[in-house]
Design a protein around this ligand. Structure first.
Ligand SMILES: Nc1nc2c(ncn2[C@@H]2O[C@H](COP(=O)(O)OP(=O)(O)OP(=O)(O)O)[C@@H](O)[C@H]2O)c(=O)[nH]1
Ligand SMILES: [Mg+2]
Length: 511
């Protein structure tokens, strides 16, 4: 215990003791004065005093107990938040493992499994990971060197000195978790190698519990964007202005103020600090060069304060974020896979339907829509998305979509589109059948694509209803480039078979 504190304690205790002695002597004087006239009254007063004192002691103990309990509860509450997040992260990882089974692409599946194992092991190790991130040559490696207190990474003027992520362990007082500091390659370097390194750096940055973004001047737009994006996904970040030895005190303050203003909204002003990681040697009047000591204390102090106050929460937040991202990745892989399978179903039905419709004369144009939307196709697309539909429900859905196609004028629109495209490609005697067949294929496609959207969104047509989805699909599928490819396919699959049957008929007639 420091001497000053000991002295205060002794003086305080002496005052309390003196006051108590004074109180006791005054009370005993009062007691004897009253006892002189009425001993009974004096005794009653004494009993009352003892009861009052007893009550005071009980009340004191009671309130102390309450105070301590509420403090404990508060602490337990603050501990419970990270715990809940960690539990949520474990649940996410379990869900990912269940989803992974549905992924057919072996490479993608293995990548997801190994990422989920990695996150699990981070979860169990419980280290705090600080990632140093920023433009090439801003002084990231120099900062890591200064933080670690010895030269661990190569420092050089040209960009691209650091080409891979390097992790070092750092001791900070008062932290009950191990602290790891990762140096990353600089972003915004030119060339393919630079892009690859940047990708690695961004990956490492998204995995950080805490990000330290290093700049050596005002933020450029190309620096601002990645920093804002990382903050947007919830990455806790500090912004560090390095190389302050190159600036006068006023310039340094101006740059700091500008930095704080630019990142206002996603980084607090107190999280913007200035350091000198590797000051350049200065020339003395004697002509001698001296190298000043680095000054990274403002960052170390702030880092320690942030990690002590928020460390548990940051680790929990980050693990939750990582597991959510992995979940999203798994879902998006499954979505792509389902879409591909569902598109194959549509492709199959569009050509089957086309052949049948081409040889069945339809009295009314709008019937084409009903003929084109096959109930079995709806059932099969539903199955791809894990929805068990019976044929009855399939028919219902197919019919209502057919009606929508007709009511929106898409049937006549499609006929016009296909007629124009087929005009010069098909012999006159086949044109009627060909147009009918190919339009049927085209409408099947629009219907199928609309159903893919419907099942993709958990059997929901969205705010604009079926009409909007169908119109959107019609628009997407009426682009020139698409129509060209579609017609080539249609000629091979619908028109040529028609021509062959017509030739055979003619041959029979000649016979
Ligand atoms: N004047 C001055 N120069 C510095 C300071 N810190 C770093 N430098 C210089 O800046 C240059 C780049 O430093 P590095 O630490 O290699 O920068 P980096 O961000 O790791 O660079 P990359 O690994 O290429 O992305 C070197 O020449 C350093 O000596 C500083 O505080 N003051
Ligand atoms: Mg470096």
């Amino acid at each position: 215990m420091p001497l000053s504190r000991l002295l205060t304690l002794v003086i305080g205790l002496s005052i309390i003791l003196g006051l108590m002695l004074w109180l006791i002597s005054s009370l005993s004087q009062l007691y004897f004065q009253i006892a002189y006239t009425s001993p009974l009254l004096a005794n009653v007063l004494l009993v009352l005093l003892i009861v009052l004192l007893g009550l005071l002691i009980v009340a004191f103990i009671y309130y102390m107990g309450l105070f301590r309990r509420s403090k404990k509860r508060k602490r337990r509450n603050s501990l419970r938040v990270p715990q809940q997040k960690t539990e949520a992260a474990s649940e996410n990882l379990k869900a990912v493992r269940r989803q992974v089974k549905q992924i057919q692409d072996e490479v993608a599946r293995q990548a997801l499994i190994s990422r989920s194992r990695e996150i699990e092991s981070i979860l169990s190790r419980g280290e705090l990971r600080v990632v140093i991130f920023g433009t090439g040559s801003a002084g990231k490696t120099s900062l890591v060197n200064a933080l670690i207190g010895r030269v661990v990474g190569r420092v050089d003027a040209p960009m691209g000195t650091t080409s891979a992520g390097e992790t070092y362990s750092l001791n900070l007082k008062g932290l009950n978790r191990q602290l790891l500091v990762t140096d990353t390659p600089g972003i915004l370097e030119v060339g393919v190698a630079g892009t690859e390194r940047e990708q690695l750096a961004r990956q490492l940055a998204t995995e950080a519990d805490l990000l330290v973004f290093v700049v050596d001047n005002d933020l450029r737009q190309s620096e601002y964007e990645p920093l804002r994006r990382l903050a947007e996904i919830g990455k806790r970040s500090l912004l560090v202005l390095n190389k302050t030895d190159l600036y006068t005190e006023t310039d340094k303050e101006t740059i700091l103020a500008r930095l704080r203003q630019r990142v206002q909204g996603f980084i607090a002003a107190s999280d913007v600090v200035a350091v000198t990681a590797n000051p350049q040697p200065a020339r003395l009047a004697t002509g001698e060069f001296v190298k000043p000591e680095p000054d990274v204390m403002p960052l170390i102090r702030h880092l320690a304060a942030v990690l002590r106050a928020e460390g548990e929460e940051l680790v929990a937040d980050n693990i939750l974020l990582q597991s959510q991202r992995l979940g999203e990745e798994a879902r998006s892989l499954i979505d792509t896979q389902r879409r591909q399978q569902a598109e194959k179903v549509v492709e199959r039905f569009q050509w089957i339907g086309a052949g049948v419709v081409a040889v069945t004369p339809l009295p009314v144009v709008d019937l084409l829509a009903t003929a084109a939307v096959n109930a079995q196709m709806v059932v099969e697309i539903g199955n791809v998305y894990g929805c068990e539909l019976n044929l009855e429900r399939g028919k219902e859905l197919a019919l209502s979509l057919g009606k929508t196609l007709a009511s929106l004028g898409i049937v006549s629109g499609a006929i016009r589109l296909i007629s124009t495209a087929l005009q010069f490609q098909v012999a006159t005697y086949l044109v009627g059948k060909a147009i009918q067949g190919v339009t049927a294929a085209y409408l099947t496609r629009i219907a199928g694509k609309s159903f893919i959207e419907y099942f993709q969104h958990d059997q929901d047509w969205g705010d604009g209803g079926m009409t909007e989805v169908v119109q959107q699909q019609f628009q997407l599928n009426s682009r020139n480039e698409f129509i060209k490819v579609f017609i080539q396919d249609a000629i091979a699959r619908v028109v040529n078979p028609l021509r062959e049957t017509a030739d055979v008929d003619e041959w029979h007639q000649q016979d």
